[in-house]
Design a binder for this molecule. Structure first.
Ligand SMILES: Cc1ncc(COP(=O)(O)O)c(C=O)c1O
Length: 370
């Protein structure tokens, strides 16, 4: 019997396995910080900010508490007028909408390109011509960096800010350039399941603008210009703590090799899944970081139940598009590809805790679905 003939249990994520390889270094770092007696705003946070800035090729990185705060503070740093809207996609989990709404902005949505599941670049210009868009937020979803050259050019032509949401794209590249280094400002989440994941919450804002970085730094700490002096209204407390920063410094060193591992799983899926009822994405090139492996199936619910009966956990990213969330005040928009994807997409396990046999079991089980 070959190993993949054995019925296996494949989790959707396995954070313990993913972190096991770092266990000694993480434990040592935590112990060192506890013993140091200095827990917030110390040398690890500073060092992580410099090291991550060097990694992505940006001048400034500011650590914050999570990826949603990163988006909110990035948007607020742009000082948009309240007549401005944010242009975004509706298939990326409502994170941009949450941040934009907290920043007092409304969101306008355009559809995705079904081939990439990213913002349909061909539709951006029409929206920018309307004149009320203050910033475009591009989400590099599932680990794929968008084709940024035309987006950067459009934003420049129309005098609109460009924000990159890189929460699912740490280390992803386009023509050799890292996601997060194209726009005016970019944001990262270090939620534990992310390609660069903390052991808790964390986030960062990256930019080449000293002015924007300084605004984010001020906003994330009560609006202080110096200790106890509030010179910026509506600041908040959104800090990356020393222990998480130290963990991220350790894990950053293996981000590229871990991304390559995820990509190898995704590429086995794309090469070996052959079931006409399951639409797979094309093979991932070397610049894709395979954060999620998302297929589409007409009868998604039946497919998901079948996989679950065969001990394969899956998830849906994301079942409710932003414009159909109940809290959205309801501009009616035609987002047919977004809506199709929300009701047919399914994410297969693609993570660092998977063995070759786990991947084979998923492939064999998907191929046997009738
Ligand atoms: C695309 C995207 N943007 C933003 C976020 C928000 O990050 P966080 O959960 O750290 O607030 C996430 C994470 O879940 C995400 O996937």
């Amino acid at each position: 019997m070959s190993p993949c003939d054995l019925k296996r249990h494949v989790k959707f994520n396995d954070l313990l396995s993913a972190n096991a390889v770092h266990m000694d270094a993480l434990s040592q770092a935590a112990a060192d910080i506890i013993r140091s007696g200095w827990y917030i705003g110390g040398e690890n946070c500073q060092a992580f900010e410099s090291e991550f800035a060097a990694y992505i090729g940006c001048e400034h990185v500011v650590g914050v508490a999570n990826g949603t705060d990163a988006l909110e503070l990035a948007i607020r740093s742009l000082d948009l007028r309240d007549t401005h809207s944010i242009l975004s996609v509706a298939n990326a989990g409502f994170y941009t909408a949450t941040a934009a709404r907290l920043a007092g902005m409304t969101v306008k949505y355009i559809d995705i390109d079904p081939k990439t599941q990213l913002m349909d670049i061909a539709q951006i210009e029409l929206s920018l011509k309307g004149g009320d868009i203050g910033a475009v937020v591009i989400t590099h979803l599932y680990g794929l960096c968008a084709d940024m050259t035309p987006v950067v050019a459009l934003c420049k032509n129309y005098g609109v800010h460009l924000v990159e949401d890189c929460a699912q794209a740490h280390g992803a590249r386009r023509a050799g350039q890292l996601a997060g280094s194209f726009g005016d400002i970019s944001t990262f989440s270090f939620y534990p399941t992310k390609n660069l994941g903390a052991i808790g919450d964390g986030g960062a804002v990256a930019t080449n603008s000293a002015e924007l970085a300084a605004k984010v730094r001020q906003l994330k700490q009560y609006g202080w210009s110096k200790k106890y002096q509030v010179d910026m209204d509506k600041g908040c407390n959104s800090r990356l703590d020393e222990i998480q920063a130290a963990f991220l410094r350790i894990k950053l060193k293996s981000l590229d090799s871990e991304n390559a591992f995820r990509r190898s799983i995704a590429n086995r899926y794309s090469a070996e899944i052959h079931n006409e009822k399951v639409q797979t994405p094309p093979r991932f090139g070397p610049e894709h970081v395979a954060h999620l492996y998302v297929v589409h199936a007409e009868d998604r619910e039946a497919f998901q139940s079948y996989l679950s009966e065969n001990n394969i956990q899956t998830d849906v990213h994301y079942p409710v598009p932003d414009h159909l969330q109940s809290v959205n005040s309801g501009t009616v928009v035609d987002l047919k590809h977004t809506e199709y994807s929300a009701s047919h997409c399914l994410s297969l396990p693609c993570h660092l805790g998977m063995s070759a046999e786990d991947v084979s079991w998923v492939i064999q089980t998907v191929n046997n679905w009738t």
